[in-house]
Design a protein around this ligand. Structure first.
Ligand code: TRP
Length: 452
């Protein structure tokens, strides 16, 4: 497609903010704490941090670079960049297409819970520090098939409206202004949580690792989270990179997004775990953890109901940037490869997600017993996307950039004649892309899936 026809980020700062908006989302507030809690705490955190630094960051650089070089959707990129006769690299893009739908099928449901909690917070329904009472409210919401479906459709409907009216840029701009407020609220939560009696046990859970708890399955989950958090291995960063300016410093952008994203997750962890132990919640509660403990911390503060409501509103807002970036992959593929108008492509994508979302939404009710490998649809979609498709996409991208395509021009120049620091950074990143990422992902994936 002609370069002039494609939209693009007009400033490098705008591109940084959009990338950050994709990374920060329910993954920080919901997925990171639940997985850390159910996988033993600090040991999981250590593996997750290592995976983010040694695999996530280099793959993020590689993936973004590919998009900026090809200036195309996640499938067409490999048509353009793969050597003759190696058209099969396109599979990366199609896997990304599938992963986007699978992730959205459950992500939209979790966003639906967040929307529902805005109203529950407002009505004072969740203003309790009692684990049993909190579990009843959450349980009632997720085990009711009708409200589960309706809240998911509300999320998809609002997303559709944002796209159809072409206001995604405007909404993202609003979201950006509000995100610092979410950060401040998390800080306040941390202070309150840390001052609770018994907070020390929560801190120890989060920061004092017990390496015996790190099994191959735990390692795969941590690696999958690293990909999920930075929106990697699925073509999101590739698609966003395709809108980057030629002079965008990709390694610096990726590093900044990674640090900001990690800080939000860590704050969420520090807000939650001391309270888990102080109030007697179960750290391994899973997806319900955040929905029970965050309200409990607010309840123990003056003005709790107001701040709790604000917190869920801001979390809902934070999910918008992530959702739009998930949709960006199938939408770009449908519109650029099949010539659909962006609006049509978006509506078609949302419709597919709506269908796939039904079994995910009903996973605590009608489809709870419809399991594969012992997983209900919600957990299955999460497992297949985060723990299989994203790492697979990541390993293929790393091999493609490390061994088949190589660095893009700006990065080659930086590695050869840039300032000393960027020369070192690029060389380290390229080494990680060639050797560490493929080997680490390969070993963790095969072990975690019990292939050997
Ligand atoms: N990173 C987002 C979050 O943590 C979710 C997300 C957006 C994502 N785009 C993605 C996950 C692409 C995997 C792939 O909430």
């Amino acid at each position: 497609m002609d370069r002039g026809v494609r939209d693009g980020f007009t400033t490098t700062f705008g591109a940084l903010l959009a990338t950050l908006g994709s990374a920060v989302g329910l993954g920080n507030i919901w997925k990171f704490p639940s997985l850390t809690g159910s996988n033993g705490g600090a040991g999981f955190l250590v593996v997750y941090l290592a995976a983010t630094l040694l695999v996530g960051l280099p793959v993020m650089i590689a993936e973004t670079m590919l998009g900026r070089t090809a200036r195309a959707d996640a499938v067409t990129t490999f048509d353009r960049l793969a050597p003759r006769g190696q058209g099969w690299w396109k599979i990366i893009g199609w896997m990304g297409f599938a992963a986007a739908l699978l992730i959205m099928a459950f992500y939209s449901e979790v966003a639906g819970w967040v929307y529902a909690y805005v109203f529950k917070a407002m009505m004072g329904e969740i203003a309790t520090t009692d684990p049993k009472a909190a579990a009843v409210v959450f349980g009632k919401l997720v085990s009711d098939p009708v409200s589960s479906l309706i809240w998911q459709w509300v999320v998809l409907g609002i997303t559709g409206v944002i796209i159809a009216f072409g206001v995604s840029k405007g909404i993202e701009a609003v979201a950006r202004k509000l995100m610092p407020l979410l950060f401040v609220l998390l800080l306040v939560l941390c202070v309150r949580s840390l001052s609770l009696e018994g907070a020390g046990r929560g801190l120890a859970f989060l920061f004092d690792p017990d390496f015996a708890k790190i099994t191959p399955a735990v390692m795969l989950t941590a690696l999958g989270l690293a990909f999920f958090k930075l929106s990697l291995g699925m073509g999101t960063m590739l698609t966003y990179g395709s809108y980057f300016r030629e002079d965008q410093n990709i390694p610096a952008t990726a590093a900044r997004v990674m640090f900001a994203d990690l800080s939000v997750s860590l704050l969420a962890g520090i807000a939650i775990f001391p309270a888990v132990f102080a109030f007697g919640f179960e750290p391994a509660a899973g997806p319900s953890l955040v929905f029970m403990t965050i309200p409990a911390v607010f309840t123990s503060m003056p003005g709790g109901v107001i701040f709790m409501t604000l917190f869920f509103v801001l979390t809902a807002v934070a999910s918008v940037g992530a959702i739009l970036s998930l949709l960006a992959v199938p939408v770009a593929i449908l519109s650029e490869r099949f010539g659909l108008a962006r609006k049509t492509a978006s509506i078609a994508t949302i419709a597919m997600i709506g269908l796939l979302g039904v079994p995910a939404a009903l996973s605590q009710s009608l489809t709870a017993k419809t399991t594969l490998f012992g997983l209900n649809p919600f957990d299955l979609f999460d497992f297949v996307s985060s723990n299989v498709l994203l790492p697979l996409g990541g390993i293929l991208i790393a091999v493609f950039v490390g061994w088949v395509y190589g660095l893009a021009e700006p990065e080659k120049r930086m590695a050869a004649e840039g300032p000393m620091l960027s020369r070192m950074a690029i060389k380290t990143a390229f080494f990680l892309v060639r050797w560490v990422a493929p080997l680490a992902i390969g070993i963790v994936l095969l072990n975690g899936l019990k292939v050997f």
